[in-house]
Structure formats: structure tokens, C-alpha cells
Design a protein around this ligand. Structure first.
Ligand code: SAM
Length: 290
């Protein structure tokens, strides 16, 4: 039996937080088959390149020949887009089901990617220290991290000196509004959730995930932690990284509100008579060379 067969996430956290991380692992195992069959991800029908904003490709620069790791890669959609830029790409996720789907999809797409099943907090033990030119993560990843300083130390250690981390994540403004419509969602943009960190885990117990598809029949509970932009920037700086850029955009790769329209980039934006608000950000942070 290989390490991956019995590996349990959350081992690096004690007590209640460890339990929450393990619940998340089970929840992602349950969501994965629904996602892999969904119209939302449209595997084989939607070009993975389109899950990136043009400014992300600009910030990432030429990836040809570079060692890239995609943390919390899920079923590996963005991972494939990164590999198609000519990078040598590793994807890491703690969900057995997600890693199995990611391997299957990459094989079907004819893309060579190394996939590793591990908790992101244990990534250095699994992947090695100082190995990567680029650490990429985001679009629904940071909210599953109970301890941002620990995660930032991991990211910094994975990087070669001179390498950089790129975090493309839902803006905390969007998280506060809700990343998917609530049952009583009206046309107004209403803050329903915390923007700031600090109130601990938020439990979500739902038979439905964010994609189309059938209801979950088990492992419906998941736990999220809020992280503000201020917390993220300060945590990365304290981990020894230098902030190179922080881009905020009013566009999303999917239509969160029914009234959103296609932008020139192919992503979705609110109409002109709505407030112009940040919905996603891209943050580039480098590990200084000695
Ligand atoms: C929304 S996906 C993000 C990937 C990508 N943006 C996408 O939408 O396909 C979140 C991923 O984080 C993974 N995840 C959550 N907590 C994790 C942890 N502690 N260690 C490793 N992976 C984790 C889940 O298994 C899931 O595949």
C-alpha cells in the first residue's frame, strides 16, 4: 500500500482544526465526481487557458522550461493550462478523488503532469525545499487554509531563491458577497459574510456544490476560513517574500450574477449601472535571491 492510499490530511493540525481539515478532504472527495462531469468545468470542451485572466499570463511571464507547482490543483484544469505554456508542472491536492481525476484528464488531454496527493501544509516534505521557480495557487484555495502563516512559510520554502508565488484568488469582497447565489438572492449586492479574518472556521453544510450536477449524498460539511487582503500581504511579507504586484479585477471566469455580461477577455463582469467592485485579485510575490 502506497503512502497516498492511507494518507490523511489534517494530521499536521491538532484537535478540532485537524477534524475540520479531514472533513474538507472527505467533502472534496465527494464533490469531485460531480465537478468532473459538470458543465461548469466542461472538461474537454472548455479551453483551460480561459480560466486565467490576461493579466495573470502577463504576470506569470514566460513559463517555458520552468519548474511550476500548482497547489490545491483540484482536477487539474489550470494545471493543464500551465503545462501547455511549456512549464514542467507538478499538481498537489489532498483529495484522492481529485488527484485521480486530474491524472485521468491530463492523460486524455495528452499533457505530462506529475500529481501528488498531500495536504498543502505538508508540501515541502512531499515535494522538497527550494525546488520551484513558480508556486501557483488560487480560485477557491485560500479559504480552506486555517493557518495562513504556516501556509506562507510552506510556499516560501518550496520556492527557489529568485522564484515567485502567484496567488489568483477570489477577492474578499466577493467572498463577503457570496461566491454563489444564496436561496434568497435578490438583485442587490449585499454583504452577507465577513470580509476580515479572525472569527474562526465557517461551516458550510450543503448537498450542493458550486457546479451544476447531482446532490452530494455524503460528506456534505466543509469548513472555510476568511482571509483579508491585508492579512495575506502581511503574511507573505513576514514569510520573507517581496510583493511585486497586486492586481484587482471586476471580472470573473464564470457568471456569479445572472446579469453579468461577457467582457472582452471572455470573463464575466457586472453591468455598468452596478458599482465597479473587485471580484478577483492576482498577487505576485518573489523570494529574494541572496
Ligand atoms: C476550488 S478548488 C481550487 C482549484 C481550482 N481553482 C479549481 O477551481 O479547480 C479547491 C481545492 O483545494 C483542495 N484543498 C483544500 N484544502 C486542502 C489542503 N489542506 N491541502 C491540499 N489541498 C486542499 C481541495 O481538495 C480542492 O481540490
Amino acid at each position: 500500500m502506497g503512502w497516498e492510499c492511507w494518507y490523511n490530511a489534517g494530521m499536521s493540525f491538532d484537535g478540532e482544526v485537524g477534524e475540520m481539515v479531514r472533513a474538507n478532504q472527505a467533502n472534496w472527495d465527494a464533490r469531485t465526481p460531480v465537478h468532473a462531469a459538470s458543465e461548469f468545468y466542461a472538461i474537454g470542451r472548455r479551453d483551460p487557458h480561459g480560466w486565467f485572466a490576461p493579466f495573470e499570463w502577463h504576470d506569470l511571464g514566460d513559463l517555458a522550461g520552468r519548474e511550476v507547482v500548482h497547489l490545491q490543483c483540484h482536477i487539474g484544469i489550470e494545471t493543464i493550462a500551465l503545462a501547455r505554456q511549456g512549464a514542467r508542472v507538478t499538481g498537489l491536492d489532498f483529495s484522492t478523488a481529485a488527484v485521480a481525476e486530474a491524472r485521468r484528464i491530463a492523460a486524455e488531454e495528452g499533457v505530462s503532469i506529475e500529481y501528488v496527493r498531500a495536504d498543502v501544509h505538508d508540501a515541502v516534505a512531499h515535494l522538497g525545499s527550494g525546488r520551484f521557480d513558480v508556486v501557483y495557487t488560487g480560485k477557491g484555495a485560500l479559504c480552506y487554509l486555517p493557518d495562513l502563516p504556516r501556509w506562507a512559510a510552506t510556499v516560501a520554502e518550496l520556492l527557489k531563491p529568485g522564484g515567485f508565488a502567484y496567488i489568483a484568488e477570489f477577492h474578499p469582497v466577493l467572498t463577503a458577497l457570496g461566491t454563489s447565489p444564496g436561496p434568497d438572492d435578490g438583485p442587490e449586492l449585499l454583504l452577507r459574510h465577513d470580509y476580515l479574518e479572525g472569527r474562526g472556521a465557517v461551516v458550510r453544510d450543503s448537498t450542493y456544490t458550486y457546479t451544476d450536477g447531482p446532490a452530494l449524498t455524503s460528506a456534505t460539511a466543509s469548513y472555510e476560513w476568511r482571509h483579508s487582503l491585508g492579512e495575506l500581504v502581511t503574511t507573505l511579507v513576514r514569510a520573507g517574500l517581496r510583493i511585486d504586484s497586486l492586481t484587482e479585477t471586476d471580472e470573473l471566469p464564470w457568471p456569479r450574477w445572472a446579469r453579468m455580461t461577457r467582457a472582452e477577455s471572455g470573463w464575466w463582469t457586472l453591468p455598468d449601472d452596478d458599482p465597479k467592485i473587485a471580484l478577483l485579485f492576482g498577487l505576485k510575490a518573489s523570494k529574494p535571491a541572496p
